[in-house]
Design a protein around this ligand. Structure first.
Ligand SMILES: Cc1cc2nc3c(=O)[nH]c(=O)nc-3n(C[C@H](O)[C@H](O)[C@H](O)COP(=O)(O)OP(=O)(O)OC[C@H]3O[C@@H](n4cnc5c(N)ncnc54)[C@H](O)[C@@H]3O)c2cc1C
Length: 429
C-alpha cells in the first residue's frame, strides 16, 4: 500500500468515488480507503432517482449541473449505468401537497428548470394507464434515473483507471494531525502520509468527525426499498406518490419504496442530537416511525468503557445490514398495483434497507473544516445524494486543486451548525 498520497478519500460511495475520479483526472495522487468489500453503502441501496425537482433552492445550481453531468456519464465513464432521462412526476393526493408543489414553482422558474403542474386529466399523458384520485402532479421532464450499483461501481472503476488507488476492506482508523492540520491517516493496511483527507464516509461521518473532536449532527433514518418481479414496459418516468415511489428498470422490474415514509431506529446519537432534529421530526411526524429496541441497546453497549466500539469506533460495526420493513414492502407493492392497474400481479424479488444520513436542514455538509487544515467534508446528503454525487465529487476536486470550487458551496459549510445558522428545510420532496 502507498505510504504517501496527495489526498486520501475515506469512503468509495458515489461521493467518494466521484471525488477520487475528478481528482485523479487532474493528476492528483489519490488513495481511496473503503472499509466495505464493495464501493459504497447507501450509494448501492437507493431508489436511483436523479431528481432536480422539489429541491431546496440552495441546492439548485449544484443539482442542475449534476443533471448535466449525468446525461454524459455513460460516455465519460465508459460504463452502462442504465441512465434514463424519463422525467420525474410527483403526485398529490390532496390539496395541501398540491399547494406545496405550487409554492415550489417559482424556484423552478428562477433557475430555468422546466417543470409544470399537471391537472388530473393530464397525468395519463406522462404515465400511461396511471390510476387514482389525484388532485394533480408536478412534472420535470429533464429528471432521470440510473442503476445505483452500476453508477457507484463505474465511478470507482473510472477513478482507478485514471490512477487512483482503491483499497477495499481497508477502514480508516484515525486521522493524524500536526499543528492543527492533517498530517496523515492510519488505516487497517498501514499509515499514509497526506496533507488532505476527504471524509465521504456517509452515515459514519459523525463518528469519524468525533474522533477529531468535531460535532457533526447527522441523523440516521432507515429507508426500505424493494424490487419487483419483471413486468411489461409501462413508463420511463420516475414517480413519487405519497404511498409509493417507483421507477421501472430496464429489465421491466420496478424499484419501489413507501413514498418517503421512513423508520427511525433510536440510538444514543438520536438522543444526543435531539435539539438539532426535533423541529424537523415535528414537522414531518407523519413520515417517521420510531423504533426503540435493538439498535438503542447496541448503542448503549457500544458506549461502555472498553467496548470494541470504544476501542475501534470506525470499524466495529462494518457490514451492518439494517432490516427492511416488511409492512412497507407490502404496502408499497399494493400501492404500485393500484396506481398501475394494467400490470399483471407482481411479486417481490428482493428487499433491502439502508441508513440515510441526514443533516438537520436536509442539505449536505460540503467544504473545508476551519478547525483542521486539509480536512474536507462531503457528507450528510440527506437522502438525495445519489443525484448530487457526481457534482459533489467534482466540486471537492476543484476545491482541493484550484482552491475554489466553480459553484458557491458556502451554504453547505460545516460551521453553520456552530453558528446556529441552520435554516428550515426548504425542499418539497
Ligand atoms: C433507501 C435509500 C433511498 C435513497 N434514494 C435516493 C434517490 O432516489 N436519489 C438520491 O439522489 N439519493 C437517494 N438516497 C441517498 C443517497 O443514496 C445518498 O445520499 C448517497 O448515496 C450518499 O453517498 P455517499 O458516498 O456519501 O455514502 P455511501 O454510499 O454510504 O458511502 C460511504 C462509504 O464510506 C465508507 N466508510 C465509512 N466509514 C469508513 C471508514 N472509517 N473507513 C473507510 N470507509 C468508510 C462506507 O463503507 C461507505 O461505503 C437514498 C438513500 C437510501 C438509503
Amino acid at each position: 500500500m502507498e505510504r504517501e498520497a496527495d489526498v486520501v478519500v475515506v469512503g468509495a460511495g458515489i461521493v467518494g468515488g466521484a471525488a477520487a475520479y475528478y481528482l485523479a483526472r487532474r493528476g492528483v495522487r489519490v488513495v481511496v480507503v473503503e472499509r466495505g468489500s464493495m464501493p459504497g453503502e447507501q450509494s448501492r441501496k437507493n431508489w436511483g432517482f436523479v431528481r432536480q425537482q422539489g429541491r431546496d433552492p440552495i441546492e439548485m445550481p449544484l443539482v442542475m449541473e449534476a443533471n448535466r453531468l449525468w446525461r454524459g456519464l455513460e460516455r465519460e465513464l465508459g460504463a452502462d449505468i442504465e441512465w434514463v432521462q424519463g422525467g420525474n412526476l410527483a403526485l398529490a393526493g390532496d390539496a395541501e401537497r398540491m399547494a406545496r408543489f405550487e409554492r415550489w414553482l417559482p424556484v423552478a422558474r428562477e433557475f430555468g428548470l422546466e417543470t409544470r403542474l399537471l391537472r388530473p386529466r393530464e397525468l395519463e399523458a406522462v404515465v400511461p394507464g396511471l390510476a387514482g384520485a389525484w388532485v394533480g402532479g408536478m412534472h420535470t421532464p429533464g429528471d432521470g434515473h440510473a442503476d445505483p450499483e452500476k453508477a457507484t461501481d463505474a465511478f470507482a472503476r473510472a477513478a482507478a483507471a485514471h490512477g487512483a488507488s482503491l483499497r477495499l476492506g481497508c477502514a480508516l482508523q484515525a486521522v493524524t494531525t500536526r499543528a492543527g492540520a492533517v498530517a496523515g491517516v492510519v488505516t487497517e493496511q498501514g499509515e499514509i502520509r497526506t496533507p488532505t483527507v476527504v471524509c465521504a464516509a456517509g452515515a459514519w461521518s459523525t463518528r469519524l468527525a468525533r474522533t477529531l473532536g468535531l460535532d457533526l449532527p447527522q441523523r440516521w433514518v432507515r429507508g426500505t426499498v424493494a424490487r419487483t418481479t419483471t413486468a411489461p414496459r409501462v413508463t420511463t418516468c420516475a414517480v413519487w406518490a405519497p404511498d409509493v415511489a417507483f421507477r421501472q428498470r430496464r429489465d421491466g422490474s420496478f424499484t419501489i419504496a413507501a413514498g418517503g415514509a421512513l423508520d427511525h431506529d433510536v440510538t444514543l446519537d438520536s438522543l444526543r442530537q435531539l435539539r438539532f432534529f426535533l423541529p424537523n421530526y415535528w414537522k414531518n411526524k407523519a413520515l417517521f416511525r420510531f423504533h426503540v429496541g435493538r439498535p438503542l441497546l447496541a448503542s448503549l453497549a457500544a458506549a461502555r468503557p472498553g467496548s470494541p466500539a470504544r476501542r475501534r469506533p470506525l470499524v466495529w460495526d462494518r457490514g451492518l445490514e439494517p432490516r427492511p420493513n416488511p409492512a412497507k414492502v407490502r404496502r408499497s407493492l399494493a400501492a404500485l398495483q393500484r396506481v398501475l392497474p394494467s400490470l399483471p400481479p407482481l411479486g417481490i424479488a428482493r428487499s433491502w434497507a439502508g441508513y440515510i444520513d441526514a443533516a438537520p436542514d436536509l442539505v449536505p455538509v460540503l467544504g473545508e473544516v476551519p478547525q483542521i487544515g486539509g480536512l474536507v467534508l462531503a457528507t450528510a446528503f440527506s437522502g438525495h445524494g445519489f443525484a448530487l454525487g457526481p457534482i459533489a465529487g467534482r466540486l471537492v476536486a476543484e476545491l482541493i486543486v484550484d482552491g475554489k470550487p466553480s459553484l458557491d458551496i458556502s451554504g453547505f459549510r460545516f460551521s453553520r451548525f456552530a453558528e446556529g445558522a441552520i435554516g428550515k428545510p426548504r425542499n418539497v420532496l
